[in-house]
Design a protein. Sequence first.
Length: 166
Amino acid sequence: MDMTNAQRLILSNQYYLMSQMDPANAAKYQRQQLIVERGYELQIRELDKDFGCITEAECREIIDFMEMYHAMQESYNMLVPECQAKVDARRLQFLGFDVATEAQQVNYVRFLTSSEGLYPQFDKADHHFNSQMPMMDKYRRMLTTWRNCPRQYHLCSTELAQIFNA
């Protein structure tokens, strides 16, 4: 994060104000203020992690993953009970992404569901879309399999199993 001295002064003042307004986190803000004031570039990189960037293509891919789960849930609901019994309904839950390695994706999903109100049927549960394991590669394989299905919004139990096992 490259900043002019004026920008560093402004950010330092912001951290000072935050420490006054939020005493419970005052130590954190005072540390960040010190880092910015003294220009410790290694620690300034810590501040960068909060300013992510997800490209338009990445956003669309995440929405595609969520739409795939929506289609699988709707398809499951249309199945007759005998076919539903062949599907592990727990696998229909959209888990999200790993907050440790895919934090930007987790935050984007949270934004879409909370701020944008999309996919209200997705259960946030206690994890709030933190799968606690990397999911990007798995979702990509699943998406490829789903796109190869002739009726993406009317899947049979066999197609659901193929997507889950991708």
